[in-house]
Design a protein around this ligand. Structure first.
Ligand code: 6R9
Length: 695
C-alpha cells in the first residue's frame, strides 16, 4: 500500500538513533502493518531538521537528564524567566507523594518570587516585541474581528488590575470569571494574576448552569464576579447575566453573598438597555475600567502562592477545586507549549478550547503568551455559519499550529471533506489533539485531509490536575502511531501498575500512575487536602494516580484507554456519573437514577441514564424532556443525557450496590456479555430493563 511505501521511504531519512527503538526495523522489513501499533508515520526530514528536538536520540538525552537531575534541568529553564527574588537553590523541588510517609506535599522553587503576568506580557515588551500581535480575536460572525499587540494587551490588563485593586481585591482573594471567548477573558485572568488574586474561570455553555456557578461561588467566596450581559453562540444568544443573577441568589441562600458584579457590555449580542440590572451591585466594565491608569505595578508573589482554582468533575460528589500555584506552573506550561508544538516565533497559534477549561488556561492564555506567541481567540462555534469555518479562519490568519479535540475532528469528518479541501490550509505546520483518546480513523482524517499528510499531530495526554502535557509527541523527534500519545514529556515518569500497585515493565496494560512530581502538578484540592490525598495518592501508595487506563506497546509507545473510574468523557469534558445522577434524582418524579457512559460516534462517550420513576408516575416523552432539562439547568448542556432508559428497577447486589457493569452492557446492547447476574438481589430486573430498551 502507499501508506506502507511511505514508511519504507521515510525510514532512509530517519534521524540517527531512531533505529534503536525496537520494532521500527520490523516495519521496514515489510511485516504486516495491520495493527495500528506497527504503523509509523514519520515527520518529514525538513520538519525534523528545523525542529527543536529533531531525533529520538536528542529526546532521549534531554529526557534522561530531566529525570536524573530534575533540579538542574528545571532550574536552567527557570533562569530564562524573570524572578524578583531567586528561589532557594537547595529547595528547587521538595515533595512527598507517599501517603504512608506523611501528608502529601509538593513544592517547586520555594523562596522564589515572580509573577506570571509579568513574564507573559511585560517581559515580551521589554525584549522588543511590544508591537507584535499577542492576540487576534475572531467573533461569532465572520468579519467580526479585533487584535491586540503585546503593548496594548498590557495596557488593558493594567486598567483592569487597577480597577480590581480599587474595589479591594488583593493578593490571595478569589475572583470568579464567567465570560465567553472575548479578549476580555484572558485579560481578566492576567489582571488577577498581576495583583496576586486567584482566578476561577467558569466555562460558558449553552444552557442555564446557574447551580454549578453557585456551587463554585459558595466554595471559593469570590470578592466579585466578572461576566458579560450576553453572548451569541452560533445563531443563539445566551443571557449570561441572568445566569449570574440566579447564581448569586442561590449562593446568598447558602450564606455567601457577593456584592459586586462587573459586567462587560457585549454589544453584538445584547444592548445595555435590555440587560436586567441591580444598580447597587452591578457595574458596567466599559464605564469603570477604562477610567483607570494603563500602568499598574506588579504584585510579586511566592512561587507557591495560588494562581488559580479550576473546578473539575470527580467520580463522587461535588466538583473538585483543583489548585495551581504560580512558579512551577509558569515554567511547565511555557516549556510544554514550546516543545510539543515545536514553537517558532513566526507561528500563528490557534487552540479551539474555551479558556474555561484547563486547556484554555495552559494553552490559550499562559503557555503561548509566556513564549511571546501570537494567539487566536475564537468566540464562535466551528460549524457556524457552516462546517468550513475553522479552515476559513486558518486561511484568514495563516494559522500554523492548530490544536483541537477529537470530538471536533469527528464531527467535521462526518460533515464531509469538501468543507476542508476548498480551503488552502497551506499555513498549517503542526496539529494537536487533546481531551480524549483520538481514534485512529479520526487521526488519519486529521492528518491526511486537514494536514495534507505533512503536519505532525501532537496528541497530548494530560489533565486539569497535571497543569500541562504529560505524555505527548515532540513533533520533530518521533515517528507517530495514529492514536498513541507516544512518550513522556521531560521530567515526567509515567508508570503502569497492576491492581496491587506493582509497576509492570515492558509491553503491558494497567493503571496509569506518575512517579515523582513535575513543576506543573496541582498542589491540593481547595479546602480539602484530605480528598486530594484520598483520590489521587491513596489508591497506589507512592504514586499519583491519574484515573486513566493505559497500555504500552513493544516500542514503548503509550496508548491511553480512557477513565477507569466513574467519570464519563463527553466530547473531552469530564462528567462524574454521580453529578448527573444527583441532578436527575432532584427531579420530583425521579426516584432513582444510574448513569453510565456509552460509545458515541461524535462525542466519544455519550451519557446513558437509567431512571426509576416515583411509584405511579407514567412514562412520557414530556417527562423525558423535563428530566433532561433538569440536568442541563443544574450542570450544563454538555451533561444532558443522550438517552433516558426507563427502569422499573435497577440491578443491585444484596448489599444494595448498583451493578454498573451490567448497566454498561445493557446500554451498549451487548446482551450476551452480561456476565454473572446471580449475585443480584433480583435477577429479574435485567430482563425488565432489556424489554424496555427501545421505549
Ligand atoms: C486536558 C484535559 C483529563 C482526562 C484524562 C483522560 C482524557 C485528555 C487525552 C485524554 C487520551 C489524550 N484525556 N487528553 N485521553 N488521550 N490526548 O482534557 O483535562 O478535562 O481534566 O480531562 O481526559 O481521560 O484523564 P481534563
Amino acid at each position: 500500500s502507499s501508506d506502507k511505501l511511505r514508511h519504507v521511504e521515510s525510514m532512509s531519512q530517519l534521524p540517527s538513533g531512531a533505529g534503536k527503538i525496537s520494532g521500527i526495523n520490523a516495519v521496514v522489513l515489510g511485516e504486516s502493518l495491520a495493527a495500528e501499533e506497527n504503523d509509523l508515520i514519520f515527520p518529514s526530514p525538513e520538519f525534523s531538521a528545523n525542529a527543536l528536538v529533531s531525533s529520538p536520540k536528542q529526546y532521549q538525552e534531554m529526557y534522561e537528564r530531566s529525570i536524573k537531575d530534575p533540579s538542574g534541568f528545571w532550574s536552567e529553564i527557570a533562569e530564562t524567566f524573570y524572578w524578583k527574588e531567586k528561589w532557594n537553590p537547595s529547595e528547587v523541588c521538595s515533595e512527598n507523594l507517599d501517603v504512608t510517609k506523611g501528608p502529601v506535599q509538593i513544592s517547586w522553587f520555594k523562596g522564589g518570587k515572580t509573577n506570571i503576568c509579568y513574564n507573559a506580557v511585560d517581559r515580551n515588551i521589554e525584549s522588543g516585541n511590544g508591537d507584535k500581535i499577542a492576540m487576534y480575536w475572531e467573533g461569532n460572525e465572520p468579519g467580526q474581528d479585533a487584535k491586540l499587540t503585546y503593548s496594548e494587551l498590557l495596557e488593558k490588563v493594567c486598567q483592569l488590575s487597577n480597577y480590581l485593586k480599587s474595589v479591594g481585591v488583593g493578593k490571595g482573594d478569589a475572583v470568579i470569571i464567567y465570560l465567553p471567548m472575548l479578549l476580555e477573558l484572558p485579560i481578566a485572568m492576567l489582571a488577577c494574576a498581576r495583583i496576586g488574586a486567584v482566578h476561577s474561570v467558569k466555562v460558558v455553555f449553552a444552557g442555564f448552569s446557574a447551580d454549578s456557578l453557585a456551587q463554585r461561588i459558595v466554595d471559593c467566596k469570590p470578592k466579585l464576579v466578572i461576566t458579560c450581559n450576553a453572548v451569541k453562540r452560533g445563531a443563539k444568544p445566551i443571557l449570561l447575566k441572568d445566569i449570574v443573577d440566579a447564581a448569586l441568589v442561590e449562593s446568598e441562600k447558602n450564606g455567601v453573598s457577593v456584592g459586586l458584579c462587573l459586567t462587560y457590555e457585549n454589544q453584538s449580542a445584547m444592548k445595555r438597555e435590555d440587560t436586567k440590572w441591580q444598580a447597587e451591585r452591578d457595574v458596567w466594565w466599559q464605564d469603570v475600567v477604562t477610567k483607570f491608569s494603563t500602568k499598574c505595578d506588579v504584585e510579586w508573589v511566592d512561587a507557591e502562592d495560588p494562581l488559580f482554582l479550576l473546578y473539575t468533575s470527580g467520580s463522587t460528589g461535588k466538583p473538585k477545586g483543583v489548585l495551581h500555584t504560580s512558579g512551577g506552573y509558569m515554567l511547565y506550561t511555557a516549556t510544554t507549549f514550546k516543545y510539543a508544538f515545536d514553537y517558532k516565533p513566526t507561528d500563528i497559534y490557534w487552540c479551539t478550547a474555551d479558556c474555561g477549561w484547563i486547556t484554555g488556561h495552559s494553552y490559550v492564555t499562559y503557555g503561548p503568551l509566556l513564549n511571546g506567541a501570537t494567539v487566536l481567540i475564537f468566540e464562535g462555534t466551528p460549524n457556524y455559519p457552516d462546517s468550513g469555518r475553522c479552515w476559513d479562519i486558518v486561511d484568514k490568519y495563516n494559522v500554523s499550529i492548530f490544536y483541537t479535540a477529537p470530538t471536533l475532528v469527528r464531527s467535521l469528518m462526518r460533515d464531509g471533506t469538501e468543507y476542508v479541501t476548498c480551503y488552502s490550509r497551506k499555513s498549517l505546520r503542526v496539529l494537536g489533539s487533546v481531551g480524549e483518546p483520538i481514534n485512529p480513523s479520526a487521526w488519519r482524517w486529521f492528518y491526511n485531509i486537514v494536514g495534507d499528510s505533512r503536519c505532525p499531530i501532537s496528541d497530548t495526554w494530560w489533565q486539569t490536575e497535571t497543569g500541562g502535557f504529560m505524555i505527548t509527541p515532540l513533533p520533530g523527534a518521533w515517528p507517530q502511531k495514529p492514536g498513541s500519545a507516544t512518550f513522556p514529556f521531560f521530567g515526567v515518569q509515567p508508570v503502569i501498575v497492576d491492581e496491587k500497585g506493582q509497576e509492570i515493565e515492558g509491553e503491558c496494560s494497567g493503571y496509569l500512575c506518575i512517579k515523582k512530581s513535575w513543576p506543573g502538578a496541582f498542589r491540593t484540592l481547595y479546602g480539602d487536602h484530605e480528598r486530594y490525598e484520598t483520590t489521587y495518592f491513596k489508591p497506589f501508595a507512592g504514586y499519583y494516580f491519574t484515573g486513566d487506563g493505559c497500555s504500552r506497546d513493544k516500542d514503548g509507545y503509550h496508548w491511553l484507554t480512557g477513565r477507569v473510574d466513574d467519570v464519563i468523557n463527553v466530547s473531552g469534558h469530564r462528567i462524574g456519573t454521580a453529578e448527573v445522577e444527583s441532578a436527575l434524582v432532584s427531579h420530583p418524579q425521579c426516584a432513582e437514577a444510574a448513569v453510565v457512559g456509552v460509545e458515541h460516534e461524535v462525542k466519544g462517550q455519550g451519557i446513558y441514564a437509567f431512571v426509576t420513576l416515583v411509584d405511579g408516575v407514567p412514562y412520557s416523552a414530556e417527562l423525558r424532556k423535563s428530566l433532561i432539562m433538569t440536568v442541563r439547568n443544574q450542570i450544563g448542556a454538555f451533561a444532558a443525557p443522550d438517552k433516558i432508559h426507563w427502569a422499573p428497577g435497577l440491578p443491585k447486589t444484596r448489599s444494595g450496590k448498583i451493578m454498573r457493569r451490567i448497566l454498561r452492557k445493557i446500554a451498549a446492547r451487548q446482551l450476551d456479555e452480561l456476565g454473572d447476574t446471580s449475585t443480584l438481589a433480583d435477577p429479574g430486573v435485567v430482563e425488565q430493563l432489556i424489554a424496555l430498551s427501545d421505549c
